[in-house]
Design a protein around this ligand. Structure first.
Ligand SMILES: Nc1ncnc2c1ncn2[C@@H]1O[C@H](COP(=O)(O)OP(=O)(O)OP(=O)(O)O)[C@@H](O)[C@H]1O
Ligand SMILES: [Mg+2]
Length: 270
């Protein structure tokens, strides 16, 4: 990956929640470099700080310490306007889709917002409908059935797909996918994964995948970061980290996955 430009990097990034005795160090001085077009997995057990880090990368959680650089330039998201600019480049799909939308916006509004964010406000109405229909088609949703509905009227799987339709319209440089665990069944999960990888192949975006599942990380990633108690305890190519782990923690994560040395069959991803 060294030959590709760095699109996002961070130094000493830290998040401490709470005060004094109640403190939780959720993210503890992490350093990372994510390259253009790279697929990165961040793997760690529950509570290791993955979602907190994702939210820091997006600028949804303020860091206690450390810096984030976008394309080598220190990130400045000091105002709402600058944040909006930044979000043209980086987007996320979260574990709990309900937290990601304003659920009082109808689905057409959610999708229209994406078109507007990409500078399409002045497009003719028919063109906007065409774009939204195409985006829904990409994730096997029917736009005609989506109009006039609210996100909370969708199933978990439909909601996840709607989130990918948003990404299809937004075409960010970087996508963070905080892997859905409870919302959807294994079959929908495999479909979602396939859609994400297709979208990544079409757009060449950097994909940061957050998961408990080190087998999946091996299967899809160029680079893997192993997270334990807020720190990156091991990082490197998927091959190096997973086939030649140095840390006992990484070995433990691997031992939880019985099939790691076998071919990964998408339909059985669990
Ligand atoms: N808003 C918050 N206030 C206080 N503590 C928080 C907050 N958000 C997260 N934490 C704490 O930070 C730690 C890391 O949480 P985080 O959600 O980042 O873990 P995670 O790796 O995403 O876990 P999971 O795999 O279960 O999603 C946990 O101890 C959690 O309790
Ligand atoms: Mg999480």
């Amino acid at each position: 990956m060294a030959e590709r430009d760095i699109c996002l990097n961070g130094t000493g990034l830290t998040k401490v929640f709470g005060l004094r005795r109640q403190q939780t160090v959720a993210v503890d001085h992490v350093d990372f470099e994510f390259h253009e077009g790279e697929i990165i997995s961040i793997v760690g057990e529950s509570g290791s700080g993955k979602t907190t880090l994702a939210k820091m990368l997006l600028g949804l959680v303020n860091s206690t310490e450390g810096e984030v650089y976008f394309k080598g330039v220190k990130r400045d998201i000091g105002s709402q306007g600058k944040k909006r600019e930044y979000w043209k480049n980086i987007q996320a799909i979260f574990q709990d889709p309900f937290s990601s939308y304003n659920i009082f916006n109808k689905i057409d509004t959610v999708l229209l917002d994406c078109i507007h964010m990409r500078g399409g406000r002045k497009l003719p109405g028919a063109k906007k409908v065409e774009l939204m229909t195409e985006a829904c088609g990409f994730v096997n949703l029917k736009f005609a059935e989506m109009t006039n509905k609210y996100p909370f009227e969708l199933s978990g799987g439909q909601m996840q797909r709607l989130m990918i339709a948003r990404i299809f319209l937004l075409k960010p440089k970087i996508l963070i996918a905080d892997e859905p665990t409870s919302m959807i069944d294994a079959c929908s999960r495999a479909t979602i994964l396939e859609m994400l990888l297709n979208l990544r192949n079409e757009t060449g975006m950097t994909l940061i995948f957050i998961t408990h599942d080190i087998g999946l990380a091996y299967f899809i990633s160029d680079s893997v970061y192993i997270m334990e108690h807020g720190r990156f305890v091991e990082r490197g190519s998927a091959e190096d980290v997973i086939m030649h782990p140095r840390e006992a923690y990484t070995r433990r994560l691997i031992n939880d996955v019985p099939k790691i040395h076998e071919e990964w069959d998408l339909s059985s991803v669990e």
